[in-house]
Design a protein. Sequence first.
Length: 246
Amino acid sequence: MISIIVPVYNAEKFISKTIKSVIIQTYRDWELICVDDGSTDNSRRVIESFGDKRIRVVNNESGQKGAAGARNYGVSVAKGEYIAFLDADDVWRPEKLKNTLDFMIKKGAAFAFTAYDYGDKNAKSLGKTVHVPEVMPYEKALSRTVIFTSTVMFDLSKITKEEIRMPYVASEDTATWWNILRSGRVAYGLDESLVIYRRSRNTLSANKLKAIVRIWRLYRHRENMGFLKSLWHLIAWAFMAVARRL
């Protein structure tokens, strides 16, 4: 069984479409754990309205608010042999789970991720696919942040829940991937677009500077890099980030 972890905070406008994209998966053996992180809207009511026994809503009892705490709590109560992450405003294509699982079995992978499309505010593909390499080792991952959270899957027979536990820092997902890969593991990329990443056009410009600051802090404080090495990776990261959007 695959346990799907979705952090939920005031997501009533998006969560229904996200859940529907899970329900129509061609792979049927899954549980969907929606971790309510203190929502004040009708998110919980929307989730519960599906009436599917495979879907459950739990409160974030990790002791830490935010996506990292919600995901960590979801992982802690998951019952599946595999873990997949999905954000509350993204959607999967129907073959996402099956194709990723088949790929992981073929590769003997503990950690896999897929290509994805950028989507508009309605989660409709904009026709721009972010392609991924077949193999992502640590050094490559430092400047190619193409491992998108809603695409990843882990095999818990090969990697522990503790290893995929997210730290409470900005860009907690990237920090987690680096932490896993730093140990010598590699992530395997399935270059098939199986996810639509919903992006809000009016937030993109404001997020650019924040993203630079977040990645810089990860280099300096999480990876303990020197100034020049951090700068070199930041330039490479920025080049690749721009290339993804062209």
